[in-house]
Design a protein around this ligand. Sequence first.
Ligand code: PPS
Length: 293
Amino acid sequence: MEQPPRPKLFDFHGVSMTKYFTDNWDNVQNFKARPDDILIATYPKAGTTWVSHILDLLYFGQTSPERQTSIPIHERVPFLEINSPSLPTGTDLAEKLPTSPRLIKTHLPVQLVPKSFWEQNCRIVYVARNAKDTAVSYFHFGRMNMLQPEPGDWSSFLHGFMEGKMVFGPWYDHVTGWWEKKQTHSKLLYLFYEDLIKDTGREIDHLCSFLGLSPSAEERETVIGRVQFDSMKKNKMTNYSTVQIMDLKVSPFMRKGKVADWKNHFTVAQSEQFDEDYKKRMKHPMQQFRTEV
Ligand code: PPS
């Protein structure tokens, strides 16, 4: 299949974006959320697919087990703002979801989320991942995904990351904006990728208590087993092997799934410069991101 040309970044309401996430903007902004919709919000590469799979299993693993083997995760949990060539738009997929609740994914910074999610007081799960590992994961994603702008080499990509010249804007503003929203929107659960790595079962318990779910001990164990990195990497419904625009030979979507892979990418000088800049930008005392576990 012929691949679409790599898109260019442009400023969209103060955030760097590409046309694949803005071309369907009217429908995104006018999307009609329902009160029981659950929005999974993240900066790219923070563990969206992981949490999507966890939630899908918690809600529908018992009642509709066939979903797990027949519907890829990006159709079970549509990506609201996506509008990519030759695929249905995220808003179409979300509107046609037969499930209740509907699980919907977004990478939008908090200020661009369609207003109906706030009006309907929807539950939102935000997942954040430390900046250094996010940058590394995003770099490899750019290499293999034709819907991303050309990432260039690691050094120039990292520079762009620090400047916020990434699709969905600066990581710094994204994680902080959503954190601040948590202070006024009580139905927002803010999770960290590093905590999921450290103790997946405990984070699943947090999710369940937030969502009012009480799986049996056996069900809980089954979910924990199915969402392990190795099992999601083997699973065609979660490893994105069905998606043409991604070249998994260049870099797999389920790449490493670790904390601190940044150490294999950052030079000492890059790390020092990054840390220096980070301290100036992340003044919020709350956000204790861990770059190691
Ligand atoms: S996307 O494209 O923004 O939706 O990507 P996203 O799903 O947010 O992030 C992909 C990274 O999450 C890792 N991942 C996992 N890590 C550990 N355990 C599990 N089960 C898991 N599932 C996904 C995935 O490997 C990507 O991280 P990297 O560091 O690139 O491996």
